[in-house]
Ligand binder design. Structure first.
Ligand code: TRP
Length: 800
């Protein structure tokens, strides 16, 4: 940039390098103008003139060019002051930043301009840029397309890099807007400085490398991308999937084979291509000896061949041989197979020609201007041309060209993918289409199978901050980080998530619980004391107990005439044995699925059989006491304790329990109850006692009987006789009470089905206690010591 301190005439801007691509566009404009001038149909009898300025892709130079063309060669000869402006329309600028400046300068003169490459959405503001037209889609569509592309390939962690100009600024702004509400997050935003700065570029690359975002969207042009990519390649970074904006997706400077490992697979939206039949031949006519005084042609040769065609221009390059000829291989300039931007230039020239043509066709008296007047053909004002430009409609190469009220046109993009072509060079392959006129969501059509991704891969690359959460877990956002970065947390038990990337785990409905993976709700397991190992063990013990008792009963029946059986009140012994069998059997009711019947049966059967059993023992104790006290003179107690009375005692004692049980069953019977509180993952099927008062009454009554029995037996234990049963009854009651006292805390603290097991165990233990204490000694004598089974021995009299 020359120094603009206004103390001396500023020197000309020195451009940094030569852009053969832009030179091609300029030649395309010349071609179009020549075509129109030769045409008999379009603008007959008129010749278009033009002037081409080099803005060097800088806004300031663009501004100078615009002012230069407005001012004319010099003031004295300028026709500006006499009539209409000699300048009717401007084609350009290429970059949006330059277009903005030029448009503002042209605005007071109402000179229309048509840009072929300025896509910034900002230029669609008709109030700010009333004379601006363009033949390239507004970037609003491009950012929409890029957002859809990112979403489509599930690239949720992307970096944004842009150049330092309006185009980059507005495009990034637009893309961020489009990405709002999608699952895509932006990892970083970086800007390549306007005046390239290696330090800054290296910093950007460091960010690219450390962020983990594999996909990088770049809104920039080849001008600033070239040095950036050169440094990028030096850093040897690979594995980046570039998403290129339309400004560089078709830039042939990057097609060299050395770029492929770094840029191969790049995808982006390109301007649609057209066909200009004579372009290739026309470009070849540009040669130094044909245009010896044109500095741009000299520079083209310098850029393509590295030589100076005529040394007079003060170039430092070696002189050319003169053999150099333009061939297809000089793609930077000669790439004419699919003109995209050049085609836009071509269209722009034709748009102006057609508008002028329409303007000249105007019939006096039916014109569009004041009083239906027409424009004067020899004094056309630019604003009059603008009027016709706004309404122009023509077709070129089968494509319709017109402008909407904002000066925009066409809404199509090609999806372009950089693939390896012949000689390892990069080729731009068309793999799809974005049609902005289609309904939302249907705009983007991509042939995915034709795409080659970065690193010469056929699989879509993954660019995410956090891998997605599998079913059974949920996302947990990390504090202070974008939503795309999250941890996966397993669902709590009882909650599930059945989709990948769930935000929340849902609780299972009642009676359902999560499976171990946390992906589905399954019905809760219903547990009760069943025939598993515990249940079977208890059943076996109960059956064994019952059998043993029956065996004892059989022994007693068989030896019913021996002394020991007869002395000890055989009838009551049989009663006790029978009730003990029932006691053992009632343990079985506790095993198996609780139903309303078994629930009612459980406690009642148990309590009644036990009351019966203890009552019998009580009866026996009373008899023992009575027998021994009756031996004392004057005591006639045995009269009151005959067999009838004994039965009455047993019956009445049992009856009390029966009454309690009946009241219980009538008032609040035990019912099966699905306990979900105790363990949340299971349903424990148990019998609720219905009324705990009744339950404890029943137990308490048995306890009362047992205590009574114990006290009486205790009193009788010292009474004489070799076989004093009272001793054994005392023992049995001790064991009985111990078992049931231990039962209470165990029962209360046992969960669901184990409470049943505890109760069953207590029943069995106490029954065995009774059986052994009461009958084992007798069986011992009956079976093993029959010699002692005499009345004398039993009475302790035989020694005497
Ligand atoms: N579409 C871009 C724009 O509107 C194209 C472009 C041309 C460009 N020349 C540029 C972008 C220079 C950045 C710099 O600006």
């Amino acid at each position: 940039m020359p120094d603009l301190n206004c103390t001396y005439r500023p020197s000309a801007v020195k451009c940094n390098g030569f852009d053969p691509r832009a030179f091609r566009w300029a030649q395309t404009m010349r071609l179009a103008v020549e075509e129109i001038n030769q045409s008999e149909k379009l603008l007959p009898n008129h010749t278009l003139g033009y002037k081409i300025f080099d803005s060097c892709a800088y806004p300031l130079t663009g501004q100078r060019a615009a002012l230069a063309v407005l001012n004319g060669p010099d003031e004295a000869h300028s026709p500006t002051c006499i009539g209409a402006s000699p300048l009717l329309a401007v084609i350009g600028e290429s970059g949006s930043a330059q277009s903005i400046v030029v448009s503002r300068i042209l605005q007071p003169f109402r000179i229309p301009m048509i840009s072929y490459f300025s896509s910034c959405a900002c230029l669609s503001d008709r109030r700010k840029y009333p004379t601006f037209f363009r033949v390239i889609p507004n970037d609003d569509y491009q950012v929409k397309a890029i957002a859809q592309l990112l979403v489509r390939f599930n690239w949720t962690w992307v970096g944004l890099v842009r150049g330092d100009h309006e185009y980059g600024r507005f495009a990034v702004q637009g893309l961020l807007r489009e990405l709002q509400g999608t699952r895509v997050c932006v990892a970083y935003q970086e800007m390549i400085p306007l005046l390239y700065n290696r330090q800054r570029a290296l910093e950007i690359m460091r960010v690219m490398r450390s962020s983990g975002a594999k996909v990088v969207v770049v809104f920039s042009a080849e001008g600033e991308m070239t040095p950036f990519l050169r440094d990028y390649m030096k850093q040897n970074i690979t594995g980046i999937q570039w998403v290129a904006s339309e400004a560089w997706i078709t830039a042939s400077v990057f097609t060299g084979s050395e770029y492929y490992p770094y840029l191969g697979g790049t995808i982006g939206f390109g301007i649609r291509q057209g066909h200009i039949p004579r372009l290739s031949d026309y470009l070849q006519t540009v040669e130094p000896h044909r245009y010896p005084s044109n500095p741009l042609v000299q520079e083209l040769w310098g850029a393509l061949y590295g030589c100076a065609p005529s040394p007079s221009f003060g170039s430092v390059l070696p002189p050319c041989s003169g053999e150099e000829s333009l061939l297809e291989q000089h793609s930077a300039y000669m790439n004419t197979s699919s003109p995209r931007v050049a085609y836009n230039v071509y269209k722009s020239v034709y748009a102006i020609a057609y508008s002028l043509h329409n303007l000249l066709l105007c019939q006096p008296g039916s014109g569009p201007f004041h009083n239906n007047s027409c424009a004067q053909s020899n004094n056309i004002h630019p604003w009059q041309l603008q009027h016709y430009l706004q309404d122009v409609a023509f077709s070129i190469g089968g494509e319709e060209v017109n402008f909407d009220l904002k000066g925009d046109s066409i809404l199509y993009y090609d999806v372009i993918n950089w693939q390896r072509g012949s000689e390892g060079k990069i080729e731009f392959v068309n793999v799809g289409l974005f049609d902005g006129t289609k309904a939302a969501g249907k705009e983007l059509v991509i042939q995915e199978e034709r795409i080659i991704w970065a690193g010469h891969q056929s699989e879509v690359l993954v660019s995410v901050c956090s891998a997605s959460c599998l079913p059974g877990s949920r996302k947990a956002v990390r504090r202070g980080e974008p939503v795309c970065c999250f941890d996966c947390v397993l669902c709590d038990s009882g909650k599930i998530s059945n989709q990948t990337d769930s935000i929340d785990c849902t609780a299972c409905p009642q009676d359902f619980w999560s499976n171990t993976e946390g992906t589905a709700c399954i019905p809760k397991k219903v547990e009760f004391l069943t025939y598993d190992s515990l249940g079977i063990a208890l059943t076996v013990i109960a059956v064994v107990g019952a059998c043993l008792t029956l065996a004892v009963l059989a022994v007693f029946l068989y030896h019913r005439n021996t002394a020991i059986v007869r002395v000890n009140n055989s009838e009551l012994s049989f009663f006790i044995l029978l009730s003990l069998v029932l006691c053992f059997l009632c343990a079985l009711v506790f095993i198996g699925e609780p139903t309303s019947w078994s629930c009612m049966l459980r406690h009642t059967a148990f309590s009644i059989t036990f009351s019966l059993c203890i009552s019998c023992i009580l009866g026996k104790t009373l008899v023992v006491l009575a027998v021994f006290t009756a031996t004392m003179p004057g005591n006639n107690i045995m009269k009151w304790l005959g067999p009838k009375q004994q039965r009455a005692i047993i019956f009445s004692c049992t009856l009390v329990q029966v009454v309690i049980c009946a009241t219980w069953l009538i008032d609040a019977p035990p019912i099966p109850y699905r306990n979900t509180q105790y363990e949340r993952s299971k349903i424990i099927l148990e019998c609720s006692v219905g009324s705990s008062l009744a339950f404890w009454c029943v137990l308490g009554y048995i306890g009362l009987l047992a205590c009574l029995c114990f006290v009486l037996a205790f009193l009788a234990r010292k009474l004489p006789g070799n076989f004093n049963e009272a001793k054994f009854i005392t023992f049995s009651m001790l064991i009985f009470c111990a078992v049931w006292l231990a039962f209470i805390p165990a029962y209360i603290s046992s969960p669901g089905n184990y409470a049943d097991a505890v109760e069953t165990f207590a029943i069995l233990a106490s029954s065995f206690g009774l059986l052994f204490c009461l009958f084992a000694p007798k069986c011992y004598i009956i079976l093993l010591k029959p010699e002692k089974n005499t009345k004398q021995h039993l009475m302790g009299k035989e020694k005497k």
